[in-house]
Every structure is written in structure tokens, then in C-alpha cells.
Design a protein around this ligand. Structure first.
Ligand code: AMP
Length: 359
């Protein structure tokens, strides 16, 4: 989606990733397939472009540094380094006064026993690195589960978090340009299934106070990081109206995919504008909107019948061009706009459910 927006503005796109025929590669002018550890290839790539940005934060720091020898990288490598590790990210947030759930670092079994005593049950154990969509994550609800949960880490560093009894999950997708200007898409409400984002809609149903506070926190995080690009701040909202930051994504985020069809400037165009030194665009919504993810599970009986989802003419279908529809893998999404966010939410959920019924 970034490459599509870049082409619309007349930019050429050169993508680098370990795979071929990637969703970005299918749209880009040049696709380099090489390992992130192949620093010579990273340097050759960097010499061929004017600016580097990311759609995925788990790029090794050494690759980012190698690219930065030759070309500007936005967001900065240090931001990737912080946000690609849950422990570093939560430490950054709490040290800078941003609200997070209590957490502790886990290296040894003793740390986990102590952590469970300190934070109480239930709690959530997550690997520090390479975590997204609930990967490497496990709830602990009884002391008897501690050893098993530690074993499952397989020696990987982890973070233990107090479980948050949240009322809902929301996010703020925002952008900051090279002059420090800030733009945001308000508050988006998110529903997860098995730790994976399922449905998002905007505007979120939250009080004005929560709206203002969520946007202020996102802005302050972007400023503290000297961020340039599109940033997503994911929050838990508790029953008593308290916001806790769960996670940062230093790139366009799945919850902001609805901006592609619903806003004057999408989160992808915003990233493009920010990293290319252009002014940010308007984040106005044409109408309230919703998005429903299409996971690989939908392919269990073969290619879904897209015509059934599109019978409702307001539904927009996005397929990413991923070749292998594995369960839990995000293959695409549906989006819709409507008079209000709940109607848009119903429209995308109904459209998606028509796949199941049409079999
Ligand atoms: P994450 O990969 O950290 O974004 O977690 C994925 C999902 O797991 C979140 O969106 C929440 O639904 C749930 N989750 C993660 N951490 C916690 C927590 N500390 N308390 C309650 N639920 C959590």
C-alpha cells in the first residue's frame, strides 16, 4: 500500500526483503531479495535510493546502520532498535512517564517466580523480541504454569506484564514530518481474536477526554522519539477510563488500513510525505469507516468467492498478493464507510461472513 501511494505521486520504489514476489515487490520498480544480514547487498541497495523507510520493524539494527552509511533512514535506526524489543519499548515508555502496565524483565526461572509474586495473577509472558500478533505470548493464570511457561521461552529473553482488564483496545495512528509537524487520525477502536487484530473502526466510541488524552500521548511519544514517518500507538482502555500504552508500531499499522479508502490522505501516503520531506496531508475522514482482516484461515476450502463479499457495493476488497494462505496470516482486508462507525463495522463483518455462507 505504501508502494501504491508512492507510485501515485510519481516516485520510483525499490524494495529490499529476504523474499521474492513480495506484496511490495509486485508493485515496486525494483525488488532486491537478499538476507538482512547480507550487509553488502544492503549497502548496494542503499546506494541506489534517496531515502529508506520500513513497513516492518524487525529489520536487524546492523542492516539499518549499513543503509544509514549511505542514505537517510526514517524513522531512525535507534527508534527501530527500541520498538523491535518489547522490553526496551516498555522501558522507554515508563522512563519517559508514559502510562504502561507494570512489567519486569525475565532472564531466568527465578525472575519469573519473583515476577509472578510481584505482578500477581493472571499475568502475560511475552518474548522480548520478534513479537507481533500474539506470537511468543502466553497468559499465566496459576503458579503451576510458571515452569512450563519458562521452558517454552527456549532461552529467549522475555517480559512479564501485569494482565490488564481492559474495556476496549484503541489506537492512534499519527504522522510527524521532518519539521516536527504532527497529524493524526483520531482514535480507532480495535477488536482482536486470538491476539490478532480482527476488526477496526473509526471514530472509536470513547469520551472526549479519552480522545484528547490518547492523541496527546501519541504526540508526545512521537516528539520524544523525534519520529519522522507514520507511527501507531496501541492502547488498552480500562473500565475507569485509564489509558495504558500496549505497543508502538513505527510504521503504518493494520488498524490504520481503513485510512486507505476513508481519508483524504492515507497513513501510507503520510509516511511517504514525511520521509520524502513533503508537508503532511489532511487526515480528514470522508465518512466513518471500518476494516475487517482476511486471514489465511478463510482459504481452508479453497479461494474464497470474492464476488459474494462484494455484493454490497460499498465494500472495498484489498488483497496483498501473498502467495501462501497460512492460518493466522493476514492476506488482505475488507473496508467500508457508512453514516456511523458501527454501521461500517457491521458492513465489513457481514461481508466477511458471506464467504462462510457461500460454501
Ligand atoms: P501484543 O502482541 O503485545 O500487541 O498483544 C496482542 C494482544 O494480546 C493485545 O492486543 C491484547 O488483546 C492482548 N494482550 C497483550 N498484552 C496484554 C496484557 N498485559 N493484558 C491483557 N491483554 C494483553
Amino acid at each position: 500500500m505504501f508502494a501504491i501511494e508512492a507510485r501515485k505521486l510519481g516516485y520510483r520504489v525499490h524494495t529490499f526483503s529476504p523474499l521474492t514476489d513480495t506484496p511490495t515487490g509486485q508493485v515496486a520498480d525494483v525488488e532486491t531479495a537478499a538476507s538482512y544480514d547480507d550487509l553488502d547487498s544492503v549497502r548496494t541497495f542503499a546506494r541506489s535510493v534517496d531515502v529508506v523507510t520500513f513497513e516492518f520493524e524487525n529489520v536487524p539494527a546492523a542492516a539499518v546502520e549499513a543503509a544509514a552509511e549511505f542514505v537517510t533512514v526514517h524513522p531512525r535506526g535507534a527508534i527501530l532498535h527500541t520498538t523491535q524489543n518489547r522490553l526496551r519499548e516498555k522501558t522507554f515508555l515508563s522512563e519517559n512517564g508514559f502510562p504502561v502496565t507494570p512489567f519486569t524483565s525475565i532472564k531466568q526461572l527465578d525472575d519469573l517466580h519473583r515476577g509472578v509474586e510481584e505482578l500477581g495473577l493472571p499475568c502475560v509472558l511475552k518474548t522480548a523480541g520478534f513479537g507481533y500478533d500474539g506470537k511468543g505470548q502466553r497468559n499465566i493464570s496459576a503458579r503451576g504454569e510458571v515452569s512450563g511457561a519458562f521452558e517454552a521461552l527456549n532461552g529467549r529473553e522475555a517480559i512479564l506484564e501485569a494482565f490488564v482488564e481492559f474495556e476496549k483496545e484503541v489506537s492512534v495512528v499519527c504522522a510527524r514530518d521532518q519539521d516536527g509537524n504532527f497529524a493524526h487520525y483520531g482514535v480507532i477502536e480495535n477488536e482482536h481474536e486470538h491476539h490478532i487484530l480482527d476488526v477496526s473502526f473509526a471514530p472509536a466510541i470513547v469520551s472526549e477526554q479519552v480522545f484528547t488524552e490518547a492523541v496527546e500521548i501519541a504526540k508526545s511519544i512521537a516528539e520524544t522519539l523525534s519520529f519522522v514517518g507514520t507511527l501507531c500507538v496501541e492502547f488498552f482502555l480500562t473500565g475507569d477510563g485509564k489509558l495504558l500504552v500496549n505497543e508502538l508500531a513505527p510504521r503504518p499499522h493494520n488498524s490504520g488500513h481503513l485510512t486507505f479508502d476513508a481519508c483524504v490522505t492515507s497513513q501510507f501516503e503520510q509516511q511517504l510525505r514525511a520521509v520524502c520531506g513533503l508537508p503532511l496531508g489532511s487526515t480528514d475522514f470522508y465518512k466513518p469507516a471500518a476494516m475487517a482482516n482476511l486471514l489465511g484461515d478463510l482459504w481452508s476450502h479453497g479461494e474464497p468467492n470474492w464476488a459474494t463479499a462484494l455484493r454490497e457495493s460499498s465494500i472495498k476488497l484489498h488483497l496483498y498478493g501473498k502467495s501462501e494462505p497460512r492460518p493466522g496470516r493476514k492476506m488482505g482486508h475488507l473496508s467500508a464507510t457508512a453514516e456511523n462507525a458501527i454501521a461500517a463495522r457491521s458492513a465489513v463483518i457481514d461481508a466477511r461472513s458471506r464467504f462462510a455462507k457461500s460454501r
